[in-house]
Design a binder for this molecule. Structure first.
Ligand code: PEP
Ligand code: MN
Length: 282
């Protein structure tokens, strides 16, 4: 018997499907979340939001509160960042995925988020997880960078035990002896989590590799391994980004990637529910 109970396949055999308004995560539709690492300005987010909505993507990501390793790095625009997210998401009809850094910020972030992101650094903040368990909005639970799959599923158990069953897991790479990439993208965790749990799992190849050129192959591999979707960092000017520019796709790269993801999705009998809002050029 596993230590986790509610999130386990033994407890519920069929895959959980999380509803976010009229969209779903899990099941046969693959979900795509794209956007900058951090919200930086009105102009930046407007350009990115317009582009991703034209592609047909329904979820925008963007940190207003950023958990940075160095206190001297850009910490996010905070409340102003949330307002910018709200403006762009309303204008382009996108759903918002944004990080909550701790319990004291839940009240502030909650109204602006359709999905509350729990960062890798917070996966073991158990008191915080208990508070998230009391909410009625979906939580995107990133894997702790040094956490085992068992610890990750137990973290999800904390949230579910509080009554919130809307949990989406996100593989974002782990620390290993190899430092050639920012993290080691643990693709095997995807089918393993699917065996152990009924929760949907998506992959974040941006934090997972820290390298723009690896985003496409790792996205395709994650879908082939059974991921329910992807979260991808994209920027209108990656070289000027205030965080994670080196792992952010250029806007035109995202469009190319989506085409390939559609083909890959069809191969695995799923569909990437993305309908471009701009006519294809012949
Ligand atoms: C992010 O998504 O930008 C981020 C900080 O992720 P993680 O918590 O996985 O490092
Ligand atoms: Mn980032």
């Amino acid at each position: 018997m596993s230590e986790f109970k509610l999130v386990s396949r033994h407890n519920k055999n069929e895959d959980s499907i999380i509803s976010i308004g009229n969209d779903t995560i899990g099941g046969d539709d693959l979900c795509l979340i794209a956007g900058p690492c951090a919200v930086e300005s009105d102009e930046q987010l407007d350009e990115i939001a317009r582009h991703i909505s034209q592609i047909g993507i329904k979820f925008i990501r963007g940190g207003a509160y950023k958990p940075r390793s160095s206190p001297y790095s850009f910490q996010g625009l905070q409340k102003e960042g949330l307002q910018i997210l709200n403006k762009a998401s309303t204008k382009y009809n996108l759903k918002v995925v944004t990080e909550v850094l701790d319990t004291s910020l839940i009240e502030e972030v909650y109204p602006y988020a359709d999905i509350l992101q729990v960062g890798s650094r917070n996966m073991k903040n158990y008191q915080f997880l208990k508070e998230l368990g009391k909410l009625d909005k979906p939580v995107l639970l990133k894997r702790g960078m040094s956490s085992t799959i068992n610890e990750w599923l137990l973290a999800a158990e904390y949230i579910m035990l509080g009554g919130n069953e809307n949990i989406i897991l996100c593989e974002r790479g782990i620390r290993t002896f190899d430092t050639s990439a920012r993290n080691t993208m643990d693709i095997a965790s995807i089918p393993l989590v699917k065996e152990l749990s009924h929760l949907p799992i998506i992959a974040d190849p941006s934090q997972g590799t820290g390298k723009r050129s690896l985003i496409k192959p790792m996205s395709l591999a994650s879908l082939a391994a059974g991921a329910d979707g992807l979260m991808i960092e994209v920027h209108n000017q990656p070289e000027n980004a205030l965080s994670d520019g080196f792992q952010s796709l250029y806007l035109d790269q995202l469009k190319g990637l989506v085409k390939e993801l559609k083909l890959q999705a069809n191969l695995s009998g799923k569909s990437l529910n993305i309908v471009s809002r701009i006519p294809e050029r012949i």
